[in-house]
Design a protein around this ligand. Sequence first.
Ligand code: SF4
Ligand code: SF4
Length: 623
Amino acid sequence: MRQLVVVDPEKCNLSLACIRTCPTKAIKIEETHATIVPGRCIGCGHCVMVCSQNAISYRDEKQIVKDFLASGSKVAIICDPSISGEFVDITDHRKFVAMIRGLGFNYVLEMAFGIDLLAFRYRDLLHNFHGKYYIHTVCPPVAAYVEKFEPELVENLARMVPPYVVMAKVVREYYGDDLKLVYATACVAAKDDARMHKDDGRIDGVLTFIELRELFKEFKITENNVEYSEFDPPIGRKGGLYPIRRGMLQAVDINQELLSGDIISANGQFDFKESLSEFKSQTGLKQHLDLFYCEGCVMGPGMSPGGKKFMRRSEVIKYVNKRLKGLDLVNWHEQIEQFKDLDVSRTFKAQDRRLPMPPDSEIRRVLHEMGKSKAEDQLGCGACGYPSCREFAIAYCQGLTNYEMCYSYSINKLHTFINKVNATNEKLKKTKEALKDSEEKARAGEMAALEAAEVTTIMLDKINAGVVVVDENLKIMESNHVFVEMLGEDAQTINDTIPGLKGAELSALVPFHRLFASVLQSGQDMLNRDTPFGNSIFNVSVFTIKKHKAVGGIIRDLTSPNVRREEVINRARTVIRENLETVQQIAFLLGESASKTEKILSSIIDAQKLGTDTTSSEEKTDS
Ligand code: SF4
Ligand code: SF4
């Protein structure tokens, strides 16, 4: 079965209203939402009432009840007297009873008779005073609170079952044990409490009045479509006053004890705790306590939201007075007599759920970390859900909250963060400006490089010799149009698609690519190497541009008429110069010079011859 009270993490917006209202520190803050610690929750349902996001809900038992009604079993419902404060919109209580019967219930009973019975037992307890003071409560959350958070006081709890259990016993004796019993109430805690009572006191399902209204709506039952119907017996007397303050005491006219000061009656979630701690103190109250958790059940969490406390109280009193007028007192006495020996006893068990108190040094450390070492920094604004900064620090040590829940801590952190963001923004701004500057410079550099490349290309094209630059893989990086033309038509076709033959393999284009490979490898320039190319002889000079990475070559076609003339002159000059030098050298060098001269002259003759042949064949073709 689902835990009684749960938080929907999707809806929780950490408003912390629930923490403020929870009497037992049963709500813990996870990273993004609140969560209920089941062992500490006493099911008071007040967190459900204060959550503006409707993020907290209690267990819905409508389906359980609908299943009973559809099962064919006899089903009875016991109505908490707060019903008169809840259904003020229904003109007559008999209409209300009829509407419940319309849902399919076989018996509709008031809890007031059970309260009457219990009130007599309570009066007996007070009248048989033997020096022990009692804490009397009909509220499941108060009993659970004492068991879990004031376990030393368990012995003082008056050992009586709550009135709905008394009534369950009465109903079973009256109508038989084969009934399914449902309790309609303003109390959320009764949903869990009911499960603890077994045998003839057991309750099979608990509906809040809110759930009961939802069932009316679902089955389209209104007071307009039902006829009057009365509650089934036994009928109660002043037990109907139970939902208001001191109602239980008034049920058996024990006001004199109140006046004489033997009983302190406290209600409301803060007063009941306060009265318990005073009851426990050394000096002690030396009085009985009569405790209600809420401001009377008329303000319980199972009532429709928005109801006015005093209006509801007055409705309850009006209703009881009306019922008293028609009450068959003789019959009531007979029935009280019939059930006077009903066993209403129960036991309570200490189940200490108090959290260990952290050492003072630890609390101070937390306050210091939160920037609240000094008393004046401890604002105690309550925004965190705890009444003081110290209480917050204790809750932090107990693992119930985290620093971010403290507004002043978060605001300080936010300020630090904002300052950091501002500083970062400033840095970013400067970096952006610097980037813009470098971008402009880079763009200018790029333009300059582009211009330089264009100039280089133009200059290369002005050179009356083939020029080619290759990378370490002998791929062409740059070449001029003379080089392309020297290679013939195929190269020119490629050049039309890839200007400058960029990326082409040099080895696929010229047979003297090894010269380039050799210079790339050695780093030594090779100048003026004559090499045949088709019918031509090329003069190739290869030199390093970037060692082992890029080399350039200047290629001249020695068979071209222009080059030929120039080459003849150059080489004749070389011969004359070398011959002059030779004349000046000693005799043994004469032989070497003569042989070199012979070689050079032969090469010139070959070049001349080839040029002449080419020219004459071209001339022939032209003619
Ligand atoms: S139901 Fe009551 S005890 Fe439980 S978490 Fe909510 S406020 Fe706390
Ligand atoms: S006052 Fe009534 S509704 Fe509130 S906790 Fe007690 S029994 Fe439940």
